[in-house]
Design a protein around this ligand. Sequence first.
Ligand code: NAP
Length: 333
Amino acid sequence: MKNAFDCYQVNKNEQSEITADVESISHDDLPPGAITIRVVYSSINYKDALAATGQPGVVRNFPHVPGIDAAGIVVASDSDQFKVGQSVVVTSYELGVERWGAWSEFIRVQPEWIVPLPEELTLKESMILGTAGLTAAICVSSLLHHGINVNAGEILVTGASGGVGSFALSLLNQLGYSVTAVSSKIALQERLIELGAKQIIHPNEVNTGSKKPLLKAQWAGAIDTVGGSLLSHLIRSIQPEGCVAACGNAGGTELDLTVFPFILRGVTLSGIDSAWYPIEKRTALWQKLATDWKLPDLDSRARVITLDQVSKTVDSILNGSHQERTIIQIGEE
Ligand SMILES: NC(=O)c1ccc[n+]([C@@H]2O[C@H](COP(=O)([O-])OP(=O)(O)OC[C@H]3O[C@@H](n4cnc5c(N)ncnc54)[C@H](OP(=O)(O)O)[C@@H]3O)[C@@H](O)[C@H]2O)c1
């Protein structure tokens, strides 16, 4: 195992300016943990873009290494659970937030966070999915759990051109749901239809600015990756007994609502947290994503970049112009 290796490090200087670049570190710099993994691929999620720009809500200590997603090979193990040479996936928990993350040739973590790579997935495919794919799968599971089946009616997916949104579209479509995509990128109409949307509407068609406590009940369910005003309008537009799986805050964190959608229409607001999603349920969902729910075009659904190219993608995620998925190849397969 080589001692000096590269990572993408975020620093704060004495003037409180954030800088970020590829730096060389050593194994002694890594945090403690029973398992060391050589990272082959990582990915770029919305949370990574926040970490890469030193957002105080995400990064508490500097220097910091972003990267909430890792797929790689175990190179050192003090645990019976994982063997050297085994292919594994780690997403979230504290990775890339409280703990140095996967934009690095090596990470060190505890075994409780690790999922063995399902046989039916490649390391690359697992990172094309990454936290985005897992979160979309948790959202779909939640709709199913709340009784929103394929015959329930039209399902809305917001932020449809993004990582979570694009996988939510495709998974729902593959399962037989009729899905409407909400996207600000109307120019991507054709691609959104290819991904599984029956129709595309602009966020302003949902987020009308109406203050009415209840709006026309149009949607059987929804997966929301945007939050804020769009989500509050959406909840007011859900049919009786419908459900919204809410995972995002790219468009805001406040909800302007009354209790009426809940007490007069029986609407469920299902909060989704992939970061601390329990390991047993997480392992089962990864297996589903690798088999019954596997998307046929998975391998072609991401752009592949290297560590020294992440800054541009970070900017595009933060200004809302990024599409679907970008993964980072960090090591050889
Ligand atoms: N709760 C969880 O466990 C969990 C897990 C993963 C992600 N998330 C959250 O889910 C959201 C999506 O994550 P992602 O990684 O899929 O991000 P992403 O790829 O950047 O997608 C975000 C999409 O949201 C839409 N959007 C609307 N308003 C926006 C704004 N003001 N700035 C940026 N985008 C805006 C855009 O889609 P259109 O242009 O198509 O409208 C954009 O493509 C984020 O809020 C993220 O924090 C939560």
